[in-house]
Ligand binder design. Structure first.
Ligand SMILES: O=P(O)(O)OC[C@H]1O[C@H](OP(=O)(O)OP(=O)(O)O)[C@H](O)[C@@H]1O
Ligand SMILES: NC(=O)CC[C@H](N)C(=O)O
Ligand code: SF4
Ligand SMILES: [Mg+2]
Length: 523
């Protein structure tokens, strides 16, 4: 069975070798995702399970990238996606355009598994867009992999979307009434179908028209046969930056990416963020822009806490700086006497460096991460998952033995992983284990592209800090205050942040009431 979908390309792309790699990944991913929940109208969504043991991890966002005017555009997008792999590991795709048509190749699995040299060489043209997906609406299946390519009265359009829309139901029904035939069950296709069905006479007007109708989170890149578009929702939930590669002998190459870490690999220079509510168009004549909606910024603060890479500058602020400040503030707010500060890799590392610097307690890698185990390593069975955490993290016994340890992690969602890590550190001989978390308690789900569980499954929504502390069997537990977090992510840039998962106050109207019910109400 082929797991790669090639559109606008004649030849058969699956080699037996790659099929084997794919099958291995496919079965793991399909198993783990059998229990995923899709909010907001994902028709093919499987039922959500209420078991706290079912799905212990956060899921990433997606990553998007685009390149305009480069002789090997698809390869540049490939490199960008490689740098954005941490934002989505379910599926990936690249679409390229050569002025006449759009080719599109998508597959389940990691970027490096889908795009061999042979596959990349099929993607001709000097423009390309790409996507790494972790699904929030619609099944994790090849069908919903992106870019999504649609042939419409406005011509061929391909889209790659990071974020999650919150007003799907009505829009989809209305579009179907107007004759739209959806190819996917993902929310992202709504944007492209709205463009196709817009009565606006120019494509750029049709895009603006579409973007004004959808609510929620979207950082998107789009491509026609000869143009690239990039846009962010008016809240600017998800990051999206623009960069430039200067070509001495011709026009500059313009690039877009979810995070600036992708630019470094391309030797592109960061130019600016796409602004909330802005639509940027790149054509032969250069870069033009319009503000299609009134901005009302509420960028996701959790990007700074967990999702983005520390070597990225998002919302005009270095993630590294924010995380270090979170750690420093955590030390100021809730220090406890100890011998070592130990991070829970990877996302706890930078905050732990800040904590150690502020407190003067030595920093040591007391837990070693196996880099061949992905960020979202989950298995459906508890027994396998227990082993999974041990496979991913291993204690350095000679560092921990007899010591009072401050463990730093970025977040607790259900608490199952933290509990295993605390046990692991104690099992390695630590005398005391104090857990410090570099954000406030997560008490409410996200509707904007982070697939956090519903409220009934969020441990901090249903238990006090003392109860959580005793559940994870730590000697003490403390979270960073909301003020402390906001201060750490401020840095004078004047960003307005969404903090809804810590407060329950959402910047848009959300739709899934069931998701925000406390545990007791669902029993
Ligand atoms: O409430 P819990 O079940 O403990 O889940 C929270 C953990 O999951 C995430 O790490 P993950 O391993 O997904 O990614 P990372 O390696 O990038 O830190 C997060 O950083 C916490 O460590
Ligand atoms: N995590 C995301 O940004 C997902 C994008 C889109 N909502 C999808 O499910 O494909
Ligand atoms: S609810 Fe939380 S995770 Fe979602 S956008 Fe807001 S801050 Fe980010
Ligand atoms: Mg982690």
């Amino acid at each position: 069975m082929s797991r790669i979908k090639a559109e606008g390309i004649e030849s058969e792309l699956d080699t037996p070798m790659r099929r084997i790699v794919f099958e291995g990944f496919e079965s793991k991913i399909l198993q783990t995702l059998a229990s995923r929940t899709k909010r907001n109208g994902g028709e093919a969504a499987p039922a959500r399970t209420a078991s706290p043991e079912e799905d212990p991890k956060l899921r990433e966002h997606c990553g998007v990238a685009a390149v305009y005017h480069h002789p090997d555009a698809a390869r540049q997008v490939y490199l960008s996606l490689y740098a954005l792999q941490h934002r989505g590991q379910e599926s990936a795709g690249i679409a390229s355009a050569d002025g006449n048509s759009i080719s599109n190749i998508k597959g389940m699995g990691l970027v490096s598994e889908i795009f061999t040299d042979e596959v990349l060489s099929k993607l001709k043209g000097d423009m390309a867009i790409g996507h790494t997906r972790y699904s929030t609406t619609g099944d994790s299946a090849l069908l919903n992999a992106q870019p999504i390519r649609v042939e419409s009265t406005k011509g061929l359009i391909a889209i790659a979307h990071n974020g999650n829309l919150v007003n799907l139901g009505n829009l989809r029904v209305e579009l179907e009434r107007q004759g739209a035939t959806f190819q996917t069950t993902s929310d992202s296709e709504i944007i492209i179908q709205l463009i196709a069905h817009s009565t606006a006479t120019t494509l750029v007007d049709a895009i603006a028209d579409s973007l004004r109708q959808v609510e929620g989170a979207f950082s998107i890149v789009m491509m026609t046969r000869d143009r690239i578009f990039a846009a962010r929702d008016r809240h600017g939930f998800r990051p999206l930056s623009m960069g430039r590669i200067q070509n001495p002998d011709g026009p500059d190459t313009i690039v877009f990416a979810s995070e600036t870490c992708a630019f470094d690999l391309l030797h592109a220079k960061f130019e600016r963020d796409v602004a909330p509510g802005e639509l940027v168009m790149v054509t032969e004549d250069g870069v033009t822009s319009r503000q299609y909606a009134e901005p009302n910024q509420s960028s996701c603060i959790f990007e700074h806490v967990y999702f983005a890479r520390p070597d990225s500058k998002i919302f005009n602020r270095w993630v590294q700086d924010s995380r270090e400040q979170m750690g420093r503030q955590l030390a100021r707010e809730s220090h406890v006497p100890a011998d070592l500060v130990v991070p829970v890799p990877d996302s706890g590392v930078t905050a732990a460096i800040g904590y150690a610097a502020e407190s003067g307690v030595p920093f040591r890698f007391g837990l070693i991460r196996n880099h061949y185990v992905g960020r979202t390593f989950i298995e459906p069975e508890q027994k396998v998952r227990d082993f999974g955490v041990r496979l991913k993290l291993n204690p350095v016994r000679n560092l921990l033995e007899g010591k009072r340890i401050i463990l730093i992690d970025d977040s607790i969602i259900r608490g199952t992983t933290s509990r295993k890590i605390v046990r692991m550190v104690r099992g390695a001989g630590a005398k005391e284990v104090h857990l410090r978390i570099s954000c406030p308690p997560t008490i409410s789900p996200c509707f904007y592209g982070v697939d956090t569980p519903r409220k009934s499954e969020l441990i901090a929504a249903n238990q006090s800090i003392e109860e959580i502390c005793s559940f994870i069997e730590a000697d003490s537990l403390a979270y960073l205050s909301l003020d402390g977090l906001q201060h750490a992510c401020d840095g004078g840039e004047g960003n307005q942040y969404c903090v809804a998962c810590y407060t329950g106050n959402y910047p848009t109207a959300w739709v899934d009431v069931e998701d925000i019910l406390p545990a007791t109400a669902t029993l």
